[in-house]
Design a protein around this ligand. Sequence first.
Ligand code: 13P
Length: 252
Amino acid sequence: MRKKIVAGNWKMNKVFAEAETLITEIADALDEVELINTEVVLCPPSIYLEMTTDVAEEANFMVGAQNVYPEDSGAFTGEISPLMLKALKVDYCIVGHSERRKYFGESNEFLLRKVDALLKHGIRPIFCCGELLPEREAGQHFDVVKKQVEESLFHLGAEAFARIVIAYEPVWAIGTGVTASKEQAQEMHAYIRQLVAEKYNAKTAENTTILYGGSCNGKNAMELFAQPDVDGGLIGGACLKAEEFMQIVTSL
Ligand code: 13P
């Protein structure tokens, strides 16, 4: 049975003391719930990764980075390598978020390099894909997502691909308060799973965790997560308060 995941992408939020409080609150709250076949992943800004992995050693969550540079070391001022993440015992790393594609010009080819660099060091990519509003309005959403997945992931062999988590994040739903309907989410998740089945095999597709992201919150998580191909969420704004994040976690 594939794993369910709720991951919180903090983006560029929280100063140190706030981060410490949020991590502690979530760790304490997770002690009070029983999660079956479900992983919670916190993805704080990189400056807080060490603190987060320290708490994670005694707590019931995993840790993800928000970004990585696809080289082990070298003259790449300001960047963080997969080796550094590995040394901190980081489990996951977000790759291909639409904000990085948009503001930092990250291409499918560059994202492929990140995927490979992470897998080389045993860190699991959470690979984001999703269409812009005009692309959906033009009926191109399936083609856009297919191209993103094919060009950054489908060079992998089946064994390596089994380490990938996919997050479908329609760009028009991110930070807008406009979530995809449960039908839109299910339709795209089923499509992605079908792509994986065609490229690899039915078993690999069945075992792939596919998350939904985009204005997912405590109120709408349950109906989104009830869809057969929605295996959890990648949460932005609603992960910044422990209570709402926990409401989402317990909606799985
Ligand atoms: P919001 O939940 O704030 O819409 O952000 C989603 C997201 O981008 C998670 O990576």
